[in-house]
Write a protein that binds this ligand. Structure first.
Ligand SMILES: [Zn+2]
Length: 638
């Protein structure tokens, strides 16, 4: 038995103990000091802290199917308990009657306010009929969301190109090698991203791209339009039952943005800023297109990625393979750890023979001034039955005097072998920095008196700020020169290569942001309008023209396969929101990237604060002013 499997087995006893604590909480003497009541409430879930999160992680990483299954079962049990707690009237009443003394500290006040807000948002204070309806709507929303996602997941289509490799000219050799021609000379391509992205980028033949685009943008149609309409109706009804105008207002209430109206303003602002750039880029693309099609008067959605790629090659002479030579996996990770040591004032120590879930996993202790302050596991290489992308995971949230934080990264980089240093693409390097940014945020926010404020417990639209910010260091020529060297040599990556790489990567950002704002607007508007009257295709068409120079391709049904409409509902804007703040913060560092004092201020005021303050206040306390759009605007126009 290993540690994480052990933890799964301990969950039922921990749940029982948690229920006992809930009963003890409700039975607290009426003369218990109010701050103690808040504290006792916060700690009802204490027995679960060290065991529960393994159930969240193991389904994505454990090699043994029985363990993954067990973990999912435990997760469901805990989720059922969490729902019960959110509708627990006795607990709510005990808290809602509390009056904090005038000298209660800010953290205690905030903890109580948030608890009452969350209870109200679950409908616990409503009459029984309303609560029953809320519960029914919530169950139905989960079901509809799963149906929506499943239809997308199962909507993959295959296209047979009779002409074989001849029609795929422009695609790299390794792509063709992994898509051999069949006996009849044809080749099969799917709409899944590993096929679709290279085709949209490299295929010379516009008809190939168009065919793939059409197949892709008609996935999960028409069935998902009905599902989506029902899902939107449930959300709207729930929000209105609880006293909000729309789901957009409900779901943003506990975010930095606070209201659907504020999000709409934000999207308009970003759109206005990016449209100037986007218009220029669109003109470039049209000019490029006219080289092969002299009478062209527009660029279509199945053309722009390819045209951007052509312009990138011509203008910046950048080839991603050229940069890859400088990023062997081991040296890159070592470089990142050394950089992090300097900036954060910490050190790392490998834990030999740590108890984990797979032999590939390496465990580190994090030390500050010689004292262990946390632990993390790096599970970095692909294997069967493992999660396919990159994410940060958390096992134990830090709590002052009780628990040290324990987190980890789950990634899919190539594994170095004898004679193969596993060179990384620069985009993988930025992914590594990004995820490490999340991890350090999680590990730094460890010293809170309340469990609810530890780790990454800030508002959802702030979550990507520390990770997006840390990516910037992976673009700095001097930082990269410290460790990005050709294996077996002292030859560091040339600054001009980094600059070309950056310019190439940034080209197309105006159009990219315009398209992002199409999604953000769609995500918001669908949750503000009455779903009964929405024409999904018409609204998509109208938003596309409002936000970008493109027109919607006739015969496509984009909303049917826009998966974020389930997971993110109205808040697709959060990506851009985080980006605006991250760019503002980066201004503080860009002229002196290794300034550890400055970084220490950010670490203390922003990261370590966890969820104990509003994110806007943390940022303001670091910057000495509220965050602004200026840096973002400067980035867009450079
Ligand atoms: Zn992220």
């Amino acid at each position: 038995m290993s540690l994480h499997v052990d933890r799964l087995h301990q969950i039922p006893a921990a749940l029982t103990e948690t229920k006992r604590r809930r009963d003890a909480f409700v039975a607290l003497d009426s003369d218990t000091p109010a701050s103690d009541v808040v504290r006792a409430f916060d700690r009802i879930g204490l027995p679960l802290v060290e065991v529960l999160h393994s159930a969240g992680v193991m389904p994505s990483v454990h090699p043994d199917a029985d363990v993954r299954q067990l973990a999912e079962t435990r997760q469901q049990e805990a989720a059922t308990f969490a729902t019960e707690m959110s509708l627990d009237r006795e607990v709510f009443e005990r808290l809602s009657k509390l009056e904090l003394p005038a000298d209660a500290d800010a953290a205690t006040r905030r903890r109580l306010e948030h608890a009452l807000r969350d209870f109200r948002r679950s409908g616990v204070d409503r009459d029984e009929a309303t609560r029953d309806r809320v519960r029914a709507l919530q169950d139905r929303m989960v079901e509809l969301g799963q149906t929506f996602d499943r239809a997308i997941a199962q909507s993959s289509k295959s296209i047979v190109f009779e002409g074989g490799h001849a029609v795929l000219s422009g695609l790299p050799a390794d792509f063709l090698a992994s898509h051999p021609e069949g006996e009849d000379g044809s080749v099969t391509i799917t709409t899944d991203p590993p096929d679709a992205l290279p085709i949209m980028m490299y295929a010379d033949d516009v008809d190939v791209r168009k065919r793939l685009y059409m197949e892709s943008m008609t996935r999960a149609y028409p069935e998902n339009f009905d599902t989506l309409r029902s899902l939107l109706s449930c959300r709207r009804e729930l929000a209105q039952l609880l006293g909000y105008d729309s789901w957009a207002d409900y779901v943003t209430e506990d975010k930095m943005s606070k209201s659907g109206g504020r999000v709409a303003e934000f999207i308009d602002q970003v759109s206005d800023l990016s449209s100037v750039r986007g218009t220029q880029e669109y003109a470039d693309l049209l000019e490029e297109k006219r080289k092969t099609d002299p009478t062209a008067d527009s660029v279509e959605l199945y053309e722009w990625v390819h045209l951007v790629e052509r312009i990138r090659k011509q203008r910046f002479e950048f080839d991603s393979q050229e940069a890859r030579a400088y990023f062997p996996y081991d040296a890159t990770l070592k470089g990142l750890l050394e950089l992090t040591s300097e900036l954060y004032g910490v050190t790392f120590q490998v834990v030999q023979d740590a108890d984990t879930w797979h032999a590939d996993v390496v465990t580190y202790d994090l030390l500050e001034k010689g004292e262990v302050i946390g632990r993390f596991h790096l599970d970095m290489f692909p294997r069967k039955d493992k999660y396919k992308h990159a994410m940060m995971v958390d096992f134990v949230v830090g709590l002052d005097g009780e628990f040290l934080p324990e987190g980890g990264l789950v990634c899919n980089f190539s594994k170095p072998k004898d004679g193969d240093p596993a060179l990384m693409l620069h985009t993988q390097v930025t992914t590594l920095f990004h995820e490490f940014g999340h991890l350090m945020h999680f590990l730094m926010a460890r010293r809170h008196e309340y469990l609810a404020f530890g780790g990454i417990s800030c508002e959802w639209d702030f979550v990507e700020v520390p990770s997006q910010l840390y990516e910037e260091w992976a673009w700095d020529p001097a930082v990269l020169a410290r460790f990005a060297k050709k294996p077996g040599t002292d030859q560091a990556i040339p600054a001009d290569l980094v600059q070309r790489m950056r310019a190439a990567e940034e080209y197309g950002k105006g159009l990219r942001m315009g398209i992002q704002m199409t999604y953000a607007t769609q995500s918001l508007d669908l949750h503000r309008l009455d779903p009964a009257t929405i024409d999904f295709d018409a609204i998509t068409r109208q938003i596309r023209e409002q936000r970008t120079p493109f027109r919607e391709v006739e015969g496509t049904h984009q909303a049917a396969q826009f998966g974020h409409l389930n997971g993110y509902s109205a808040i697709y804007y959060t990506y851009a929101w985080s980006d605006v703040i991250a760019r503002d913060l980066w201004r503080e560092f860009e002229s002196d990237v290794m300034n550890a004092d400055k970084f220490g201020g950010y670490k203390d005021k922003v990261l370590a604060a966890g969820g104990s303050q509003d994110a806007a206040d943390m940022v303001e306390s670091f910057l000495g002013r509220p965050f602004s759009f200026d840096a973002y605007e400067a980035w867009l126009s450079r």
